[in-house]
Design a protein around this ligand. Sequence first.
Ligand code: NAG
Ligand code: NAG
Ligand code: NAG
Ligand code: NAG
Ligand code: NAG
Ligand code: NAG
Ligand code: NAG
Ligand code: NAG
Ligand code: FE2
Length: 458
Amino acid sequence: MHRLIIFFLLLQVFDFCNGGVTSTYIRKSEASIDIPIEYLPPPPGYNSPEQVHITQGDHIGRSVIVSWVTPLESQSNYVTFWAEGAKHHHKHKAHAKTTSYKYYNYTSGYIHHAIIKRLKYNVTYIYQLGEHNSTRTFSFTTPPKVGPDVPYIFGIIGDLGQTFDSNQTLEHYLSNPKGQAMLVVGDLSYADHYPFHDNVRWDTFGRFIEKSAAYQPWITAAGNHELDFAPEIGENTPFKPYTHRYHVPYKASQSTSPLWYSIKRASTYIIVLSSYSAYGKYTPQYSWLEEEFPKVNRTETPWLIVLLHSPWYNSNNYHYMEGESMRVMFESWFVQNKVDMVFAGHVHSYERSERVSNVMYNITNGQSTPIEDPSAPIYITIGDGGNIEGIANNFTEPQPSYSAYREASFGHAVLEIKNRTHAYYTWHRNQDSERVAADSLWIYNRHWYPKKESSSMA
Ligand SMILES: *[C@@H]1O[C@H](CO)[C@@H](O)[C@H](O)[C@H]1NC(C)=O
Ligand SMILES: *[C@@H]1O[C@H](CO)[C@@H](O)[C@H](O)[C@H]1NC(C)=O
Ligand SMILES: *[C@@H]1O[C@H](CO)[C@@H](O)[C@H](O)[C@H]1NC(C)=O
Ligand SMILES: *[C@@H]1O[C@H](CO)[C@@H](O)[C@H](O)[C@H]1NC(C)=O
Ligand SMILES: *[C@@H]1O[C@H](CO)[C@@H](O)[C@H](O)[C@H]1NC(C)=O
Ligand SMILES: *[C@@H]1O[C@H](CO)[C@@H](O)[C@H](O)[C@H]1NC(C)=O
Ligand SMILES: *[C@@H]1O[C@H](CO)[C@@H](O)[C@H](O)[C@H]1NC(C)=O
Ligand SMILES: *[C@@H]1O[C@H](CO)[C@@H](O)[C@H](O)[C@H]1NC(C)=O
Ligand SMILES: [Fe+2]
């Protein structure tokens, strides 16, 4: 009897209607133009530290990696820090490892990465870089101790680039004072849009994001625009600029590559994957992920979130099905392990999926249609940061049943984790004020409260 009812409900949801909502919001279409280099100048002062950004430095949130560039001298390569409100004699120092790289005819400045360890949880620290009259001061707040009911608020951004639209997206996020850490689903600078991948655009990107990334951790995944693979100009090492500039704590999760890793932060377990590294059976990424899922303890971290670049469920004609091979490899693990949400970018639009899976198919059985699955993640495509390539406004018609909401506008999202069962998720298009959510949803934790969510939209 119950099965019959469920069967009819499924029929209603998946057969009688063509999926969810395609927003009727009409976005003013204007080209996305990169901010001119002279609008993103280095800070004043001799050898002044620039492009300051931070990320989590260990597995549990008690370390921070501080990264910055000095253009002319490898000095000063240390960070001075102290807890807010502490007396001056409580100042500490952490030394950086300094690197630099060449890319075609570009030579980077001195890139410093300092790991500050053994910080206290949930404390604001002030930190200083540079010397004499080039000293610059910033701050960050460590997350609360990892635990099941710790509230925490993430911003989510993808395919940001450095256009005037990118600036609008970032300013929009910053106008909400509640965001505590940024989840970044890849495609950062778009330097590769320029002849010879002009890496000066990696520098200007670093200066552009400093207003956010110097003050709260950016948890980054790599996208295709991080590859910078250009054998025609002798650049054969994929991810060279990205891996020199953006460090992550990959060794803390027993990863062998900075392109995939995990962290715990407050009540979340975040797994970062690489769509552009091998993930077939027996590869390092595959083996790592296979070992990783059993380590997730939902009693400690109820929320399980995955970041990757190329979306698995995307009903836009741009990059259609590019994520399919990775979905085939990993989707059954995501369902078995009840991943709550997967954030991807790549497609320069916004889309949210229903909880669906497509893991039945075995080549001969014909069961290759996604079905509603309460153990499946919600897939969010949020490649709408506003980069130079512009908006992806060509959706497949009719809207497939797996697609709950889609809109071709630039924007960002906010995920407010309340406790082990509830999180409130909102997506904000750039044209609205921060208080307005164009798409919003109460998300229920798949381990603790696997109830069906009900969509709501404005
Ligand atoms: C690099 O080479 C390009 C093309 O030859 C040239 O336009 C550019 O000015 C060069 N840049 C540097 C830093 O030498
Ligand atoms: C900053 O310091 C440098 C070297 O110590 C000095 O040459 C320069 O005049 C100073 N500039 C200002 C504005 O004080
Ligand atoms: C973190 O500290 C703030 C005050 O600085 C406090 O209000 C908050 O409850 C703390 N959070 C946790 C989870 O301890
Ligand atoms: C970014 O936007 C802010 C707020 O509108 C503005 O003050 C700032 O000048 C912009 N930055 C650039 C580089 O255009
Ligand atoms: C999971 O985490 C809880 C809370 O921290 C702890 O009590 C429990 O022992 C952990 N379980 C495993 C299998 O490690
Ligand atoms: C695929 O599914 C069909 C129908 O359930 C079954 O007969 C067949 O043995 C399966 N093939 C494989 C390779 O598992
Ligand atoms: C949208 O994508 C489809 C499929 O790739 C293509 O045939 C069509 O021309 C595209 N429409 C526009 C307006 O670009
Ligand atoms: C979890 O948060 C939700 C939303 O704020 C609230 O309705 C619910 O009562 C909370 N659960 C517990 C156990 O506190
Ligand atoms: Fe991309």
